[in-house]
Design a protein around this ligand. Structure first.
Ligand code: GL7
Length: 838
């Protein structure tokens, strides 16, 4: 029911409509008002947390005004909208981003000073919104920023986890997980208790023929759980467009308590049921690139897909357009296979609720969905057991079988000679128990499938989706190389560099068109520019050194070469290769005479990242890094020549300090395993160089910035399979002698009880070295030596870094979003009016 104010009263309404603060005084007045009233604090009771609250609420008001206008504009223009379905949005902090996107940070900073607070202290009061694991979730967050900045009518849909990714503590060198309850004070979300959807689980399907002889399916019984919408405003940079991120929270469907049970004395049972419902959105699964097939995870996926589709369909139906118009109004992007149930769910809505015929429904579905694949790792490809799906979602399983049957017929007709093809491409894997292959369902139900970097997009066509390329032709498969938002990853994380660039380019236009960066290449020989650029890098290293001292008590010299590897801990990302290299460096230093040591380039090796709680090998790697640090950092022979730091609890807000502070960052996955990587882009954009393998986006970064400006090493993707095969079958697989030396000291207990690291060493020595650590070790060490030598020539190094920054324009997430919009979504921006007013 629409509840608009009658025409006669609108004048009064408009007269008192909320307005935005425009001056420093107005800002201060808003802050004080919020602190005194919304937060019920006072002049005598205002700490930094309260100051944060006041500033956040003042900016929130501004965002809300633009948000309401944007939504009204989109409702009346009713353009085609994009819906980005992602189980993860790794947003980080919102306040700094809001201030910069709105363009009022300087005003606020001054005003805050007058009220007695420093902007940095206030900003750091905010907890990260950590609703994601790693790259996949952060990519979704960058995409939201770009969608709003480019004025696309777009919504994100996800779950409102009560607990985001766990906080990591390091205790005695081991990772300990602590729950991240982030909702204590979250001014950025708006509960919409009036926007709810009842989602069904379990039950059974009753089929019957209606009078016309048509088969009708009714999904009956089971249980209902209610989804409640929580909305967060997503402001664009330098535009009035403010889009919506809608997060669903679960609660029992019959209100707070089951009153029958309550009244009959079963108080506990009624509360238990409520808790069961709330469990669905309670916690983010902390696995990066691994699927464990837990029922609760499947429940999360369906709950979120069903609520989001109900919402999308409800919005579409308001326009009273014919169903065939649906794909002209709605583009849904599946961020990985996690939302694949949206495909059978939309089929169910169209068939069972709207009464469409199969072919029409299927054609709508295929035109609506696009699917982004983010990994080729076999352990990350989702499969759900048929009995589990049958139990939880009986009607969806039938629909999946029907989709598969039609698909099998199609394949049979077109490839009559290839009998094996059917088994290979079937959505149902004929194992015990049978499994639903979600990636195949996603490919079959979408009109476009994309990978996230060129190599990755080629790989999916020749490996996991090879048969589907034959079946559908190559045009269904495409590439959109990942990108990052320069607002957060340059302007916010590195304000001085952003300002320097702006001073040369005559303003901040480059933040909306990152290709303009190429113009700073003209300053590569400009003395003043070089000096300032170098000073900024040094200041950023000082900032990280200061943080390292405060957080970990370790002193590092900012003049050392800062070598950084921060990302989730995973064998394929090969932090073990890095730490073995560090050990090797340490042994070499120990062998040297004091005279020789004087010639050595001092280095700090920073590591950071979380291990999935159940991933034992990754936890062992963290432990080894910390043990090596404990030995090396306290070795008097070594001093500043080598330090090893494990930065605890790596997250988005820490990345904003870390990325601008590198000289070298490490992106050293086994070739062919890292789909793209995005932190590689963040480090280079901030004036750091990369040591990396020919993998993921490293390859395109090399193409853009030039081979001379990156340190590549290691075996190529096309050789990986043969090498693995040789490890297992050729019999003469010998460990690299330098690596053997490292293993010898580990075995000798130099870094504590050797038994603790035996599984890690044995994974290489005895179990086939799946990730090719030994094969790449010599080339890795040699390349690190090249880096030491290159760093000695500071002028040449500086030239490389400036040149690289100037050539990074391609890696803006704005470019990605324009590519998706054109190639996959077929949507246009809806520009806001130039001036105030809806
Ligand atoms: C990932 C890839 O591993 C990573 O290389 C990529 O940059 C990211 C975004 O496309 O997606 N795939 C994946 O499953 N996770 C990733 O971070 C968790």
């Amino acid at each position: 029911v629409e509840a608009s104010i009658p025409e006669g009263q609108r004048a009064a309404w408009k007269k008192f409509s909320a307005t935005e603060f425009k001056t420093k005084d107005e800002f201060e007045s808003e802050v004080v008002k919020h602190i005194e009233t919304t937060l019920a604090r006072s002049l005598f009771n205002c700490d930094e947390a309260a100051a944060y609250g006041g500033v956040a609420l003042a900016f929130r008001d501004r965002l809300v005004i633009e948000w309401n206008r944007t939504q009204q504009r989109q409702s009346s223009a009713d353009p085609k909208r994009v819906y980005y379905l992602s189980l993860e949005f790794l947003m980080g902090r919102a306040l700094d981003n809001a201030m910069l996107n709105v363009g009022m940070k300087d005003v606020a900073k001054e005003g805050l000073g007058e009220l007695g607070f420093r902007m940095e202290d206030v900003i750091s009061q905010e907890r990260d919104a950590a609703l994601g694991n790693g790259g996949l979730g952060r990519l979704a967050a960058c995409f939201l920023d770009s969608l709003a900045t480019l004025n696309y009518p777009a919504w994100g849909y996800a779950l409102r986890y009560k607990y985001g990714i766990f906080k990591q503590e390091i205790v005695d060198g081991y990772q300990v997980e602590v729950p991240d309850y982030w909702l204590d004070f979250n001014p950025w979300e708006f509960p919409r208790h009036d926007v709810t959807v009842d989602v069904q689980f379990y039950g059974h399907v009753r089929k019957y023929m209606d009078e016309s002889g048509k088969q009708i399916s009714v999904w009956e019984d089971g249980e209902l759980v209610t989804a409640v919408a929580y909305d967060a405003p997503i402001p664009g940079f330098g535009t009035r467009t403010t889009n919506n991120l809608r997060l669903w929270s679960s609660k029992a469907s019959h209100g707070e308590f089951d009153f029958t049970k309550f009244n009959s004395g079963e108080y506990e049972a009624s509360v238990a049921e409520q808790q069961r419902a709330e469990t669905i959105s309670a916690v983010l699964y902390p696995n990066d690139s691994l699927e464990r097939g837990k029922e609760l995870r499947l429940k999360q996926q369906y709950f979120w897909c069903a609520a989001s589709l109900f919402d999308i369909v409800r919005r579409f139906k308001k326009s009273r357009k014919a169903w065939k118009e649906f794909p002209n109004q709605v583009a849904i992007q599946l961020n990985d296979t996690h939302p694949t149930l949206a495909i059978p769910e939309l089929m169910r809505i169209l068939l069972d609720q709207e009464g469409l015929e199969w072919d029409e429904a299927w054609s709508i579905v295929q035109k609506t969905f696009g699917y982004t694949n983010h990994t080729v790792l076999p352990e990350a490809l989702e499969k759900w057991s048929v009995p589990l799906v049958q139990h939880l979602l009986p009607r969806h399983l039938q629909i999946i079988y029907d989709i598969n049957l039609n698909f099998m017929h199609y394949v049979e007709r077109n490839f009559p000679k290839d009998r094996e093809m059917l088994g290979r491409v079937s959505i149902i894997e004929e194992s015990t128990p049978k499994m639903v292959r979600m990636a195949y369902l996603a490919v079959i139900g979408s009109h476009k499938v994309n990978g996230v970097a060129e190599l990755h997009s080629d790989l999916i066509k020749t490996t996991i989706f090879k048969d589907f390329v034959k079946i559908y032709g190559p045009d269904k498969f495409t590439n959109v190389t990942n990108g990052i938002t320069p607002r957060r990853w340059l302007h916010q994380a590195n304000p001085r560099l952003s300002e320097l660039i702006a001073s040369k380019l005559g303003g901040y236009d480059f933040l909306r068109d990152l290709t303009l960066l190429h113009k700073i290449e003209a300053y590569v020989d400009d003395k003043e520019f070089r000096k300032e650029f170098q000073e900024i890098k040094y200041a950023n290293k000082v900032r990280l050194a200061k943080y390292t001292k405060e957080a970990h008590g370790i002193s590092v010299n900012p003049s050392s070469l800062f070598d950084i590897q921060v990302k989730r801990i995973h064998e394929y990302k090969r932090q073990q290769l890095n730490i073995f290299g560090v050990i090797y460096r340490y042994l070499e230093l120990k062998d040297m005479s004091p005279e020789e040591r004087k010639k050595v380039q001092p280095r700090v090796s920073f590591f950071g990242g979380k291990a999935a709680p159940g991933y034992w090998m990754a936890k062992t790697i963290i432990h080894l890094i910390n043990q090596v640090g404990a030995v090396v950092n306290n070795d008097k022979d070594i001093g500043d020549l080598l330090k090893v730091v494990f930065l605890e609890d790596y997250n988005v807000s820490k990345a904003e300090i870390i990325c601008p502070a590198s000289d070298i960052s490490e992106h050293i996955s086994t070739a062919g395993t890292e789909a793209s990587g995005t932190s590689n882009m963040k480090f280079v954009l901030n004036g750091g160089l990369v040591i990396g393998t020919c993998d993921g986006a490293n390859i395109e970064i090399t193409r853009e910035i030039g081979e001379d400006n990156i340190f590549l090493f290691g075996n190529l993707s096309e050789d990986v399979e043969d090498l693995r095969h040789a490890h297992t079958y050729s019999g003469d697989f010998a460990i690299d002698p330098k690596l053997e030396r490292v293993f010898a000291v580990i075995r000798a207990g130099r870094f504590g009880d050797a038994a603790q690291f035996s599984a890690l060493v044995n994974s290489i020595v005895e179990h086939g070295d799946y990730y090719l650590v030994s094969d790449d070790f010599a080339s890795y060490i040699d390349t690190q030596k090249l880096i030491d030598a290159a760093y000695k020539d500071q002028e040449a190094w500086l030239t490389k870094t400036i040149t690289s920054v100037s050539r990074m324009g391609f890696f803006s997430s704005d470019r990605c979003i324009d590519e998706y919009a054109e190639m996959i979504w077929n949507v246009e921006p809806l520009a806001p009016p130039k001036q105030n007013g809806a």
